[in-house]
Design a protein around this ligand. Sequence first.
Ligand code: MF3
Ligand code: CO
Ligand code: CO
Length: 256
Amino acid sequence: MSVQIKTPEEIEKMRAAGRLAREVLEMIGDYVKPGVTTGELDRICHEYITSREAVPAPLNYRGFPKSICTSVNQVICHGIPNDQKTLKNGDILNIDVTVIKDGYHGDTSKMYVAGQAKPPAERLIRVTQECLYRGIEIVRPGTRLGDIGHVIQQHAESNHYSIVREYCGHGIGKVFHEEPQVMHFGKPGTGLELREGMTFTIEPMVNQGKRHSKVLPDGWTVVTKDRKLSAQWEHTILVTADGYEVLTLRDEEDFR
Ligand code: MF3
Ligand code: CO
Ligand code: CO
């Protein structure tokens, strides 16, 4: 299967899915504070999503046991919510929400801080969001995937951070993870050329230390090998005739 071009009807459904996914991220922010467990955050999101006639895509996806991913501190991605550990002051956390609404997926994540962040963590979070934005800003018909990977990698590495290579963004629609794979590193002028009507995610994972990752024995939780911090931000993007539309854009973002 090659990369799909969505019809106007499909795009309308992708907008609705994207809107719901970003609403979950907006809603859950107030609950992220020292003392809460990621299990509690999972239950709140699950209830919100299912009460809006949608399905949390991660639940039972290839055996994933929960409705959202919660990745704390050195966890890069795919952290499993649990009731054992409470967040403590200064913990940084990515919450990754994917919903299925009317058959279509919306996938987005953002970074939160429990209490007060330390300056180095704050800086990692900010630069990682800038990496996402730099990738998004060049999306238009004719841009190539290598161009996106390149600007993201450039920004991370010029700030002395590293890009995780084992996980990437992805096409999205009726299927959660479809073609193409959207790498967060690469060479300008290489890779697939974008066309109007494509929908995909950009979701850079940026490490404070070295880029290497490993999966914990639970089979899901991906951590930095050096146990330094990692951050991630994700949006679902539509390629329009003259640029892009961020389908999961939140009200707090002063970005088109
Ligand atoms: N939402 C993740 C992504 O951005 C995928 C999570 S898969 C899960 O692609 F099974 F871990 F939930
Ligand atoms: Co994704
Ligand atoms: Co996601």
